[in-house]
Design a protein around this ligand. Structure first.
Ligand SMILES: [Ca+2]
Ligand SMILES: [Ca+2]
Ligand SMILES: [Ca+2]
Length: 205
């Protein structure tokens, strides 16, 4: 909009003597200029894994929304890890999705930062940054799984022979991974040996 400012409007009427004169004068000010940045939000479209809100995912696709109720959104761009601006398309409602183009083979695994920048038609700018960790590789198999010494009864507390009907198993697993324990092919059930276990835990089962 380039019509901001004060206006003087002259009003006139046609008199009975056919003369015209100034009847009134009003001052009109156009609507205020748009000085408000667009409203911009973005998040992972599919935050996979144990938590859907930890920004640790194997799917880096993002989704968001950008709107500007006054002058409208002119452009939306994204920058991946400080890279050059990439134009991001958005629909009439302001919805957009963005694939940062990271490799799904583990070579791009790790922390990433994507900055979205929206500009309205009055050059007001809004930015939002999205930090997330990409993990596309399966964890190593849990290792060192055994009964805890204090639930492995008998002459040896490391032989896996116990009279404890509810022993605890423990082991090592990748941080953040989810461990699922099966006994005799059954999940979370009492086995023939009297084991009781949880469906999933970290490190200690
Ligand atoms: Ca605006
Ligand atoms: Ca997650
Ligand atoms: Ca034992």
């Amino acid at each position: 909009m380039n019509n901001d400012g004060d206006y003087v409007v002259g009003l006139s009427r046609k008199g009975s003597d056919d003369s015209r004169g100034v009847f009134g004068r009003v001052f009109v000010q156009s609507p205020s200029a748009d000085i408000t940045p667009p409203v911009l939000s973005a998040a992972l479209a599919n935050d996979t894994g144990v938590s859907n809100a930890d920004d640790l995912t194997n799917d880096p696709t993002m989704a968001g929304n950008v709107t500007d109720s006054q002058s409208g959104v002119a452009t939306l761009v994204a920058s991946v890890d400080g890279g050059s601006a990439i134009a991001v398309a958005f629909d009439q409602f302001g919805h957009f999705t963005f694939d940062p183009g990271l490799a799904p083979d583990g070579t791009d695994d790790g922390s990433h930062r994507v900055v979205f920048t929206a500009t309205d038609n009055e050059s007001n700018v809004a930015t939002t940054a999205l930090l997330f960790t990409l993990d596309t590789l399966a964890p190593a198999a849990p290792a060192n799984v055994m009964l805890t010494p204090n639930t492995d009864t008998g002459t040896s507390n490391t032989d896996g022979i116990t009279s404890n009907t509810s022993p605890t198993a423990e082991g090592d697993a990748e941080s953040g991974s989810m461990v699922t324990l099966f006994v005799d092919g059954r999940l979370g059930a009492r086995s023939a040996y009297g084991f009781v276990f949880d469906q999933s835990c970290h490190r200690r089962i």
